[in-house]
Design a protein around this ligand. Structure first.
Ligand SMILES: *Cc1c(COP(=O)(O)O)cnc(C)c1O
Length: 351
């Protein structure tokens, strides 16, 4: 059924799975358990990242409906917004982004660098709105204005996490199953960050549709509080599964969302995130982002150190590297505590 859906090729093929042997030894010494990463940060268009998998289905759906403009929403440093702008450029669609100030930062690096710089380069039209704005309602109102001008807009909310967008990660579940077969191993856990829930929902639906175990997918919420993230992920996974196999079902406990890494909230640095980003950079020369991957990897590090993770683990690197450039203040002085790093970024803002 996945094969019947319109899909625009934005990835050049399966993303690689690599073993992090040095990091395994640093984390657990002789008791080291195999630790692999799936490089969803390595993709050709727009700097790459997990949103590109969703956009393969979303942009194709927009084109199938005869739309000429792609409208979506996110936080000011949204990776989804940046990749929507890039994918729209690639597909010849106009792109409009409704960006809310969800994080309490007004320093230059947060407001203008990182993803915001790239949104402009990719030619998107930006609508900056306050953090309490209903961005989806704003986007729909903008689509109405465009319609009055004779244009036709496709609207999708934050993270591209509609059931159609989630099909991108259902397809990724099949990709992982094929790679496991080729590698001759089976991952005990597949760890990801959870923001708008679509990556988790898509993977869980994909594994369920394939008759595999969706509980292998474990996400750390970085945005919504745990109970809310769990409920949203469950609902979205069920809606996505309906598109794949109306007969299949997901039980409540098939969706494993974990807490403990969100800290004070979305986009606010934690000590464990800073440690995880530095550790992966220094041990392996790889980049995690500060909002999603850094926090989720911190959760996996804790699971490995406590020997809770006993079999092979797969961490999906979801991209977001441009976000690092918006978090320069948090990384400025590695001897500062994260609390101080956060207030340093606020100080920088008030100067
Ligand atoms: C959006 C995003 C996520 C979270 O994916 P969701 O599908 O929104 O849960 C993880 N990592 C990065 C880098 C992202 O941009």
């Amino acid at each position: 059924m996945l094969e019947d859906r319109p899909r625009l090729a934005l990835l050049s093929g399966p993303t690689p799975i690599e073993r992090l042997a040095r990091l395994e030894r640093i984390l657990a010494g002789d008791t080291a358990r195999p630790l692999f990463v799936k490089r969803d940060d390595v993709m050709g268009v727009g700097g790459g990242g997990n949103k590109l998998r969703k956009l393969e289905f979303l942009i194709a759906d927009a084109q199938a409906q005869g739309c000429d403009t792609f409208v979506t929403t996110g936080g000011r440093q949204s990776n989804h917004a940046r990749l929507s702008a890039a994918a729209s450029a690639r597909a010849g669609l106009a792109c409009e982004l409704v960006l809310a100030d969800m994080v309490d930062r007004d320093d230059e690096s947060y407001r203008r660098n990182g993803n915001v710089l790239l949104d402009g380069l990719f030619g998107a039209r930006l609508h900056h709105v306050s953090g309490d704005t209903d961005t989806l309602a704003f986007a729909r109102a903008r689509a109405e204005q465009l319609r009055a001008e004779g244009r036709k807009a496709y609207v999708v909310g934050a993270g591209g996490s509609s059931p159609i967008g989630c099909l991108g990660y259902a397809a990724c579940a099949h990709e992982i199953l094929a790679q496991e077969a080729a590698l001759g191993l089976r991952f005990e856990r597949i760890v990801i960050p959870n923001g708008s829930a679509g990556t988790h929902a898509g993977l869980a639906a994909g594994f369920a549709a394939a008759g595999d175990d969706p509980r292998r997918v474990q996400s750390y919420t970085v945005l919504a509080p745990l109970a809310q993230a769990q409920a949203a992920t469950r609902d979205l996974a069920r809606e996505t599964l309906k598109l794949l196999d109306p007969e299949a079902a997901l039980a409540d406990d098939d969706i494993v969302v974990l807490g403990g890494q969100r800290g004070e909230g979305y986009g606010i640095p934690t000590a464990a995130m800073l440690e995880a980003v530095r550790l992966v950079a220094r041990a392996e020369g790889l980049l995690l982002d500060p909002v999603y991957g850094g926090k989720a990897f911190a959760g996996l590090i804790a699971a490995i150190r406590s020997a809770e993770a006993s079999g092979p683990s797969l961490f999906v690197m979801t991209g977001g590297v441009p976000g690092l450039f918006a978090y320069e203040p948090a990384f400025r002085d590695e001897d500062r505590s994260p609390r101080q790093a956060v207030s340093a970024s606020r100080d920088a803002a008030s100067q």
